[in-house]
Design a protein around this ligand. Structure first.
Ligand code: PHE
Ligand code: ZN
Ligand code: ZN
Ligand code: ZN
Length: 295
């Protein structure tokens, strides 16, 4: 009997760590460690009945891939996309960034399929290559998508770093209520943010907005007007005293002190933060499989 939920996510992270160790310490796009990561994720999705495809593209002078996996059923004219980048930087194994997002959406997909539920909308999971080289995989995907297919994507959810050791609980600020930097996301993004905030709220976790500034793979989607959202537990930024008071952890220290470095290993993952995010992601998949934001 295969593990489910949080236990299965742990197994995925252990496997990604092993893959990095066997391949020069990283899983950077285009490298053997990236290929092995793709093979591992694809095999799980194939076995669960998803229709998978590899999309090849060039980045930094080499060939690499995005992995797409969709439910056989569901309305192809109203597609819910859920994505995470599967590549690491070349400095380390990239387990929080972004083994956590990849493992969490993989398991949300597997658990959804395992429930036997038939989605009303088609679900399409994306494992992006070359995010660390400048959002290359997700940009390629959106740019090469035929205009008519673009119009069928109802929304995009992104998960990049969801188990930071000194975790914050952030959701992309689709309504621009909490931030001054970037403006609001495309219409519908505010509804996504509210659903994610309510989901954390139900677990007693108060969220903060994080700037919708295009620093991860949702960037190319919001650029073409597709509603988007997602969660994030923090990167190189510093936790404030106020945040430590409500979330725990260490004020004055980075959310992830191992961001983009060799110590981003399985030991760099906050289990509680990752589990809470997995709950929210799985619930969002179920919710949006039935009902997408109104635009
Ligand atoms: N995209 C950044 C990285 O992979 C991390 C990040 C995610 C930063 C979300 C801000 C918001 O390094
Ligand atoms: Zn990164
Ligand atoms: Zn990342
Ligand atoms: Zn907000």
């Amino acid at each position: 009997q295969a593990a489910t939920g949080a236990a299965a996510v742990q197994e995925h992270l252990q496997e990604l760590q092993k893959i990095a160790e066997a391949n020069g310490g990283h899983r950077a796009s285009g490298s053997p460690g990236y290929q092995a990561s793709i093979d591992y994720v694809k095999a799980k999705l194939d076995a669960a009945g998803f229709a998978t495809t590899l999309q090849e593209f060039d980045s930094m002078g080499g060939k690499t891939y995005n992995l797409l996996a969709e439910t056989p059923g569901g309305d192809a004219n109203n597609v819910v996309m859920v994505g995470a980048h599967l590549d690491s930087v070349s400095e380390g194994p990239g387990i929080n960034d972004n083994g956590t997002g990849s493992a969490a959406i993989l398991q949300a997909a597997l658990d959804f399929a395992g429930s036997g539920a038939q989605p009303k909308n088609k679900l399409r999971f994306a494992f992006w290559g070359a995010e660390e080289e400048g959002l290359v995989g997700s940009s390629h995907y959106v740019r090469t998508l035929p205009e008519q297919d673009r119009g069928k994507i109802a929304m995009y959810l992104n998960f990049d770093m969801v188990g930071s050791p000194n975790a914050g609980y952030f959701t992309y600020d689709g309504d621009d209520s909490d931030n001054e930097g970037a403006g609001p996301g495309p219409e519908g993004s505010a509804q996504i943010e509210k659903a994610l905030n309510d989901s954390f709220g139900g677990a007693g976790v108060a969220t903060e907005g994080t700037d919708f500034d295009g620093r991860s793979d949702y960037g190319p989607f919001i650029e073409v007007g597709i509603p988007a959202g997602g969660t994030f537990t923090g990167a190189e930024g510093t936790k404030t005293q106020e945040q430590a008071d409500k979330w725990g952890g260490q004020a004055g220290q980075a959310y992830d002190p191992c961001y983009h470095s060799s110590c981003d290993t399985v030991d760099n993952v906050n289990q509680e933060a990752l589990d809470r995010n997995l709950q929210v992601i799985s619930a969002a998949v179920k919710t949006f499989a039935e009902q997408t934001p109104t635009r």
